[in-house]
Design a protein around this ligand. Structure first.
Ligand SMILES: [Zn+2]
Length: 407
């Protein structure tokens, strides 16, 4: 499996880099105009159409029209649903790996015929790691006014994991089905802290648009929150790699929608959820896992917290505020977050080593006539090797697991 990671570098702007950026943008806009005027359908057709014309008009090397066509086509495609005419507004530049060269930290981009633009990139320890690693392949380079992003890629084989671990991401913590617990109250605290600062600022300057732009979205708040999220994502993925686990997460589609007005949640809770960067955290975990070769999958989030992990009963009366509950059907005592983590884990379909699955060859006989226990059978995992969990729910699940194995 090929995994790609974009690594960001800083660089110092020069008249050459600015010229490169603005020429590229002009070319993209020309290409978009041609594409719309002549109703060209397809990236390759656009490329063939503009290839010689733009090369001559801007006096640039022949590889530039290729990436111009690619960028222009992606803008045209994206703007099909829009009302206004599409055009490239921001200064940018993109080029495929075959055309540029990277000599340690000096990026060399072909531009005018016979001339290249040399850009010394600034880097820290993180970037140095990627520059030095000879096993990594270089992908495309994307340049904006402020930064350069180079895509590095490698082939990574994903080994079959020993077990799956489901994670319940919620407002204040991440809880794993194996008892892992990561505290995230720091994120909520930062949002509250900066939220109060923001509202105080708006009280003093309610209509000042210029200041609003300056102080409205705090860069510092975002940076501090990101730091926390990156730390947790790294911990999760490192642990998964060390213990050979697969990560199972909830598909987070429409989390904001689910928490909109009129669903019996308070105003402050809705605001906190809306600010909570779930998707950002998930994307950090996702790309770290892929890069490390840790299998990751997403399962349906419906009723993960309302389903009893012991008997499968769906408790529709469960409120958002209920942190623990007694299953009305089997009487099991359930903690909200660990319960959903277990349910998330069970929905995972990644194959694990030594796992017997219903429907697999040779196991059909054993499973037949015993349909009710199959969901529990699927969840069997080497629980004994797990770190000792501080929560008591594993004990209640154990006897039933054993029964299903015997049956
Ligand atoms: Zn139950």
């Amino acid at each position: 499996m090929k995994v790609v990671k974009g690594v960001k570098f800083a660089y110092r702007q020069t008249p050459q880099t600015l010229g490169l950026l603005s020429t590229f943008r002009d070319m993209v806009n020309d290409a978009i105009r041609i594409c719309l005027a002549e109703k060209i359908k397809g990236r390759l057709k656009l490329r063939d159409r503009i290839y010689t014309e733009l090369q001559d008009r801007y006096d640039v090397v022949s590889c530039l029209p290729y990436s111009v066509a690619e960028v222009a086509w992606s803008i045209v495609k994206k703007h099909k649903r829009w009302q206004r005419r599409p055009y490239a507004k921001r200064l940018m530049f993109k080029m495929e790996a075959a055309s540029f060269s990277l000599n340690y930290s000096i990026l060399s981009l072909p531009f005018r015929k016979g001339k290249r633009v040399l850009i010394p990139m600034q880097y820290g320890d993180y970037q140095r790691f990627f520059l030095k690693d000879k096993t990594l392949k270089r992908g495309s380079v994307t340049m904006t006014e402020s930064s350069i992003v180079i895509a590095f890629s490698k082939e990574k084989s994903v080994a079959m994991p020993l077990r799956r671990v489901g994670y319940d991401l919620n407002e204040k913590s991440i809880v794993g089905s194996d008892g892992t617990h990561h505290d995230l109250s720091e994120v909520a605290r930062l949002h509250t802290l900066y939220g109060i600062r923001r509202s105080k600022f708006y009280e003093r300057h309610p209509h000042d648009r210029r200041l609003k732009k300056k102080f409205g979205g705090s860069r510092r708040e975002k940076d501090r929150v990101n730091q926390v999220l990156h730390r947790v994502a790294t911990l999760m993925v490192d642990k998964a790699r060390a213990n050979n686990e697969a990560i199972v997460l909830e598909r987070l589609k429409g989390i904001r929608y689910a928490h909109q007005r009129g669903n019996a949640e308070g105003k402050s809770r809705r605001r906190r959820i809306a600010q909570w960067p779930f998707r950002r955290l998930q994307s950090y975990i996702d790309y770290r896992a892929r890069w490390a070769g840790v299998p990751i999958e997403y399962v349906s989030p419906s009723y993960t917290s309302k389903t009893c992990n012991v008997c499968g009963h769906v408790n529709t009366k469960l409120k958002v505020t209920d942190r623990s509950w007694l299953c009305p059907s089997c009487g099991a005592k359930l903690e909200r977050d660990p319960n959903s983590a277990i349910n998330i884990e069970r929905r995972g379909k990644i194959r694990c080593l030594g796992e017997v699955r219903p429907g697999a060859r040779g196991t059909d006989e054993a499973v037949k006539g015993n349909e009710t226990t199959t969901p529990i059978l699927r969840a069997e995992a080497p629980k004994s090797s797990l770190p000792v969990s501080p929560v008591d729910w594993t004990d209640s699940a154990e006897p039933i697991l054993n029964q299903s194995k015997l049956a």
